[in-house]
Design a protein around this ligand. Structure first.
Ligand SMILES: Cc1cc2nc3c(=O)[nH]c(=O)nc-3n(C[C@H](O)[C@H](O)[C@H](O)COP(=O)(O)O)c2cc1C
Length: 207
């Protein structure tokens, strides 16, 4: 018995923790995307959230190339994806490539935090998308040089991740047992004690 999309969403959602914003527990990364289009309004809201992320020297080094299915940008991003990611991402209505300017504008010195800042903006974007009922799935599995060449990304921009964005579909539509298994498996996370320290590798007692 394959779980339905709704059952899968319920399983994937992290358990609610009182006084923690529910949206952090709502977001997860599906691979089954429906072909339902995403409105400009929803995209605009998602990028509004990205816009207000903090960044070193307020450089806002992030740039997002957005491809809607059927456009040249979509085709180029899709072509850059690895075989595994192409298998499932082809139904996503929107593919986004995040890049970051690697020099500060104010003094043209290297910005060691450019990718860090891009990650923060991307996180805000994925959380806003989740609050709109959308889903996102970030990917490192793509050919960076191919993406750079096909999309004409200048050398002074670092390549971040590709993000598939759209609405969740039925896991059965993935049509592949391994992908369906991953789609319907519970999510795992480390406990706080493994990553919140009071001294190196000594957990901060929180409870
Ligand atoms: C930078 C980054 C790269 C990722 N690359 C891939 C990828 O190439 N293919 C894929 O299927 N998932 C990829 N993922 C998704 C992760 O596997 C997923 O976020 C992780 O298992 C946690 O699951 P969750 O997002 O549902 O919480 C990537 C996620 C991030 C943040």
């Amino acid at each position: 018995m394959i779980l339905t999309a709704q059952e899968t969403h319920q399983l994937k959602k992290a358990p609610h923790v009182p006084d923690v914003l529910p949206i952090f527990h709502e977001r997860w990364s599906p691979r089954s995307f429906s072909d339902r289009e995403v409105s400009n309004e929803a995209l605009s809201k998602a990028f509004e959230a990205a816009r207000w992320a903090a960044s070193s020297y307020n450089e806002q080094p992030w740039r997002f190339l957005v491809g809607r299915r059927g456009t040249e940008t979509y085709k180029k991003i899709f072509e850059s994806l690895g075989e595994f990611n192409q298998k499932w991402a082809r139904t996503a209505p929107v593919l986004i490539l995040g890049v970051a300017r690697d020099n500060f504008t104010h003094n043209n010195t290297p910005n060691r935090f450019a990718l860090y800042d891009l990650g923060a903006a991307a996180s805000y974007m994925t959380l806003e998308a989740a609050s709109l009922g959308l889903h996102t799935h970030q990917m490192a599995g793509f050919d960076q040089d191919k993406a750079r060449n096909l999309l004409g990304i200048p050398a002074d921009y670092l390549i971040g991740s590709v993000i598939a964005l759209g609405y969740q579909d039925e896991p059965s539509k993935l049509g592949d047992d391994r992908l369906i298994g991953q789609e319907t498996a519970p999510r795992q996370r480390k406990p706080h004690s493994e990553f919140v320290y009071e001294s190196w590798q000594t957990p901060l007692p929180l409870a």
